[in-house]
Design a protein around this ligand. Structure first.
Ligand code: NAP
Ligand code: MG
Length: 501
């Protein structure tokens, strides 16, 4: 073939391969039915195996952030309610849970896991209604993983001697557990399951904006005949959590939430005998080398930051792209962002659901302005947003400097900052240059590069050629201001036992 013909052929192939992302076809709505779910109008506190009214008689509303409509009223627990719950947990610990055999404990956990699986669809719909997350995620990630944490820890209950070979594991007593709103049922499961497996009892404080699945879990505990007082659930706001951390008869605090509140809790525990684990914020780096499979990397980046509206502690919110491929990769990323569907969390086609609360939306929006003020270039696809509810378009910032606030601070929303790098040394320095150290990702064709880089990045979890993958057998936790202690895996049992030789 002559040179001219060759070039013409090439141009034809190129144009045939060019996908027009701006086509105006749309998916038909595919809403998940919510007819089968059972929600009470009003929820009391779950103490000593029963739902009881809060002592001060106060209730607050939990809303559906996609519609700004009330879902239910929920009891606001006070210091007195926390005290009643801790007493119930102590009594259950001394009289029942520390006395029954480990095998029996395991059976309860297996039973709870199985009922969660039976009720998976109802739990998924309630999770999406209360938190705003897409039903696809609640169904395939949150609820199955929550059940898997109970299954996994059920298996350990009578095998603690194998978890800690040569040592004897004793339970520690009553655990106070405080969880955030981004993975409400999953966070409850990953805290309650290891505590119970190791023989402790629990008082749990769910997040104010997402209490419903924890209360449904309380109904599951009743159905599973879990002895009264073994798990108590006291709903409320920050003050309820603070009362729990202050209570003198708590042996261990497990907190997941922001670094600011984590620091407050840590200070309040100084001088007490309470053990504690803190799972805090993050600003994780997702690193793309020129030898990576680019289309897969694009999916990984999208999943890393836009999964669950970026309400993920380990979200890959800082993207580092090797300079030689930056232009190509960013173009692919923008094209892919154009196809993302933002909208009804109950629609199975939705990629990005509602932002969890008005306050969180305002926080994210403030960073959208801060980024521009700092001199970065902002890109958002032109997707439609619903009229009511709290929504944020997926956002990408380029021309970002390492010192920018959008590259240093946790935004906790669907906002990605992009920087480039030339060498391995440069990207490691940049990746480590934040106060956080929770997670990160590396995309490359070379296994040796993966091992070399992941061992130099100071973060608790590092994914290679994938992102945001979780498993109950794998430990999770942070370096630096991302927290202390590990949850998940055998490591997750350590904070709930006292080891003797
Ligand atoms: P948050 O404001 O720190 O709240 C977390 C929990 O603590 C909520 O239940 C909250 O109650 C309660 N709380 C508030 N003030 C308290 C106090 N003074 N004493 C005791 N408890 C108190 O965090 P968030 O906004 O819910 O969650 C987002 C944060 O969690 C992000 O920073 C994210 O990175 C982090 N996170 C970390 C992990 C991890 O594993 N490392 C996992 C998920 C999330 P209210 O809901 O009523 O405020
Ligand atoms: Mg809600």
């Amino acid at each position: 073939m002559k040179k001219k013909q060759k070039m013409q052929k090439k141009a034809e192939i190129k144009s045939a391969l060019k996908i027009n992302f701006s086509t105006d076809w749309k998916y038909d709505p595919a809403p998940e039915s919510a007819d089968h779910i059972k929600l009470e109008k009003k929820y009391d506190l779950f103490i000593n195996g029963k739902f009881v009214a809060p002592k001060k008689g106060k209730y607050f509303e939990t809303i559906n952030p996609a519609k700004e409509t009330k879902l239910a009223e929920v009891a606001e627990g006070t210091e007195e309610d926390i005290d009643t719950a801790v007493r119930a947990a102590r009594s259950a610990y001394e009289k029942i849970w520390s006395k029954i055999s480990a095998r029996e404990r395991g059976k309860y956990l297996f039973r709870i896991a199985r009922i969660m699986q039976e009720k998976a669809r109802e739990l998924a719909v309630i999770e999406s209604l209360d938190s705003g997350k897409p039903i696809r995620e609640s169904k395939t990630v949150d609820i199955p993983l929550a059940a898997a944490h109970f299954f996994y820890n059920a298996g350990w209950a009578d095998k603690l001697d194998y978890a800690f070979p040569g040592r004897k594991a004793h339970s520690i007593g009553v655990a106070g557990q405080i969880i955030p709103w981004n993975f409400p049922l999953l966070m409850a499961a990953w805290k309650i399951a290891p505590a119970l497996a190791a023989g402790n009892t629990v008082v749990l404080k769910p997040a104010e904006t997402t209490p419903l699945t924890a209360l449904k879990l309380a109904e599951i505990f009743q159905q599973a005949d879990l002895p009264p007082g073994v798990v108590n659930i006291v709903t409320g706001a920050g003050a309820t959590g603070a009362a729990l951390t202050r209570h003198p008869d708590i042996d261990k605090i497990a907190f997941t939430g922001s670094t600011d509140i984590g620091k407050l809790i840590m200070k309040s525990l100084v001088g007490t005998n309470k053990k504690y684990t803190l799972e805090l914020g993050g600003k994780s780096a997702n690193i793309i080398f020129e030898d990576a499979a680019l289309d897969q990397a694009v999916e990984g980046i999208i999943n890393g930051i836009f999964f669950n509206q970026g309400h993920v502690c380990c979200a890959g919110s800082r993207l580092y792209v090797q300079e030689s491929i930056a232009k190509n990769l960013i173009r692919k990323l923008k094209d892919r962002m154009e196809t993302l569907i933002v909208g009804d969390p109950l629609d199975k086609n939705t990629d990005i659901g509602a932002i969890n609360s008005k306050a969180q939306l305002e926080k994210i929006q403030s960073y959208l302005t801060i980024g521009i003020e700092e001199g970065a270039q902002r890109f958002q696809p032109a997707c439609d947003l619903p009229k009511s509810g709290y929504w944020c378009r997926p956002t990408l910032f380029t021309d970002v400097a390492q010192s920018h606030r959008i590259a240093q601070e946790e935004i906790f929303g669907p906002v990605l900052s992009v920087q480039t790098f030339r060498t391995v040394e440069e990207v490691i320095e940049k990746a480590n240059n934040t106060p956080y150290g929770l997670a990160g990702g590396v995309w490359t064709d070379k296994g040796a590069k993966v091992f070399s880089i992941t061992s130099q990045i100071r973060a608790g979890v590092l994914w290679a050629n994938t992102y945001n993958k979780f498993d109950p057998t794998a430990p999770f936790g942070g370096y630096k201001e991302s927290g202390m202690g590990r949850e998940g895996g055998v490591h997750g049992l350590y904070p709930y036992v006292e080891l003797a030789s």
